[in-house]
Write a protein that binds this ligand. Sequence first.
Ligand code: SF4
Ligand code: FES
Length: 221
Amino acid sequence: MSAPLDDDPTPNINVQLGSPYIAKSLKNLDDSADEPLPTQEVTALCRCGHSSNKPYCDGTHLQIGFVGEKEADRVPDKVDEYAGAGITIVDNRGVCSHSGICTDNLPGVFRLGVEPWIDPAGASVEAIITLVERCPSGALSYSIDGVRHQDHGGDPTVKVTKNGPYYASGGVELTDDQGSEPQAKDHYALCRCGNSKNKPFCNGAHWDGFEDSGTWEEPKK
Ligand code: SF4
Ligand code: FES
């Protein structure tokens, strides 16, 4: 009996030192306005931050000696829990990409400059769930009745954010020769400025002036 044909292989992003992100079978690559960008069966995406054809790799990483290791003084990978009535908010500061979505939209719960920075009594359970499901990095998740909720679902997609990271969602598999695993397998934020201390994940370093002109040409096959 022949094996079933796999028409729709799981998209994968492979991370290796000194290389761009190698995306295989990735059909959905969107720009910051959610317009589709072309992909090929194998698409090399810039992660050194210096390609002249972002988001695609143009080989500049070789000229600048980009390596892409994590740095020892990054924010530690540590999971904290904030228990409230009916919901526990789970947070890993080590993988936050500092999008500001939480502090901008639910400041009564996610409190800038206050300790502890999360107060689960600051909004309804429904509002907290809606917000946590917008966290692009996987830093935030929640538990109800002891069941952890981390996945967002949706179609496997990589979004190229404006002057910021790649947001992978919908279950784009990540493999890394250094062993990094996303906090939430189904969504994570990948550095594309080249300056994160927590590569391959974004840590917000792009706020220090990373710019992408937004002009590109489809790479030759
Ligand atoms: S990545 Fe998540 S935890 Fe970090 S600022 Fe954005 S919404 Fe908040
Ligand atoms: S893209 Fe956010 S730290 Fe590099």
